[in-house]
Design a binder for this molecule. Structure first.
Ligand code: AMP
Length: 168
């Protein structure tokens, strides 16, 4: 005879009915900085583009914060800026000062910001580097590579929680 209502069903003890809950802590910029460290390569506004190229190559990085005192952010310059200006200005660009090609309106973040918000901003505004300021002073930089690494670590932790749940 077919069961009329859910309550008429015999109890089946091996069915798992509890919802699967995985817990994801809000990741902050301070967490990322703690892992990667706070060293930031900077370049002075009057340094030449050739000097800038030297820094990018020596440190194997894609962008440098422009700062005269190592704390105040005047701008940011990435390899894309160099490529774009080389195309329009030619080789003369190599002797030009960095401030000529830097982006002056820099999007920055603070250690308390969430990584999710930073990820959204980077995706929407299409830049891969964001300086971190504490009390208005430069303390670190977060790249899209750091964001992706943290996202992968997060997913792996979630997968491990699910695996533990299924096997328990
Ligand atoms: P990137 O994706 O970091 O190589 O940069 C792409 C473009 O965005 C370049 O013109 C950079 O100068 C600019 N840019 C990079 N980071 C920032 C930032 N945090 N705020 C504003 N502009 C940026």
């Amino acid at each position: 005879m077919p069961w009329g209502h859910e309550r008429d069903r015999p109890a089946v003890s091996h069915w798992r009915v509890a919802p699967v809950r995985t817990y994801r802590r809000v990741m902050r910029i301070s967490d990322v900085v703690r892992h990667k460290g706070g060293s930031v390569i900077t370049v002075r506004t009057d340094a030449s583009v050739t000097e800038l190229l030297g820094l990018l190559s020596e440190h194997r990085i894609g962008a440098v914060v422009v700062s005269d005192d190592g704390e105040t952010v005047h701008g940011i310059v990435s390899e894309r800026d160099i490529v774009r200006h080389l195309h329009t200005d030619g080789a003369a660009l190599l002797d030009a000062p960095v401030h000529q090609i830097m982006t002056s309106e820099v999007h920055t973040c603070v250690p308390e910001d969430s990584l999710d918000d930073l990820e959204t901003a980077m995706t929407e505004k299409r830049f891969r580097h964001v300086p971190v300021l504490k009390d208005g002073k430069l303390v670190a930089i977060v790249s899209i590579g750091d964001v992706v690494k943290n996202r992968i670590d997060d997913l792996q932790a979630e997968r491990d929680q699910l695996r533990t749940y299924i096997q328990s």
